[in-house]
Design a protein around this ligand. Structure first.
Ligand SMILES: [Zn+2]
Length: 152
C-alpha cells in the first residue's frame, strides 16, 4: 500500500525530498538525494531482511481495537454535536473531531481486515523478496556494513 510519504532534507544540499512509501517504511535505508545524488543513511526505513517486519504490521487486533475506539469516539462526538446543534450552536471543532475519528476508524478497520484476510502477508512477502534481492548485491551489503549494519 503506497499510502504514506516520507520527507527528508538532504544533509548535503538541503533540498527537500519526498518519496512514496508504505505505512511502515519498508525499503532501503540508503537514500539518494534527487537533487545532488548524494547518498546517506536514513534509519527510519526498514530493510526487512535485516530489521524484520514491524510487529504492528501483523497485529490485526491492534488495528481492530483502534478502529473500535475511534469509531466509538466518533459516535460520542456525533452525539455531542447533535446536542449542541439542538441548542443552536454549530461547533466546527466537534464536526472536525467527528469526521477525523470516523475517517481514521475506517482506515484502521480496513488495515485490520487486510491483515486478517492475508493481504498484508502477501505485501510483506513482496517486500521481503525485494529486500533479499538488494542484499544479494555485495556492493550494497558493503555499504550497509559501512553504515554500521550487522550483517551475518
Ligand atoms: Zn542533496
Amino acid at each position: 500500500m503506497q499510502m504514506n510519504y516520507a520527507e527528508w532534507v538532504c544533509p548535503e544540499c538541503k533540498t527537500k525530498n519526498r518519496e512514496a512509501c508504505n505505512m511502515w517504511m519498508y525499503g532501503s535505508p540508503i537514500r539518494e538525494c534527487k537533487a545532488c545524488r548524494s547518498e546517506y543513511l536514513d534509519r527510519r526505513w526498514r530493510e526487512v531482511a535485516i530489521d524484520g517486519f514491524d510487529p504492528r504490521s501483523r497485529n490485526a487486533k491492534f488495528y481492530a481495537k483502534g478502529a473500535a475506539f475511534l469509531l466509538s469516539l466518533a459516535i460520542v462526538c456525533g452525539v455531542l454535536l447533535q446536542t449542541s446543534l439542538v441548542h443552536g450552536n454549530n461547533s466546527t471543532k466537534l464536526t472536525l473531531a467527528c469526521v477525523l475519528c470516523s475517517l481514521f476508524g475506517v482506515v484502521s478497520g480496513f488495515i485490520a481486515l487486510r491483515i486478517k484476510l492475508g493481504f498484508a502477508d502477501k505485501d510483506n512477502a513482496k517486500y521481503m523478496a525485494e529486500s533479499k534481492a538488494r542484499l544479494g548485491n555485495s556492493t550494497y551489503v558493503e555499504k550497509l556494513k559501512k553504515y554500521g549494519y550487522n550483517i551475518r
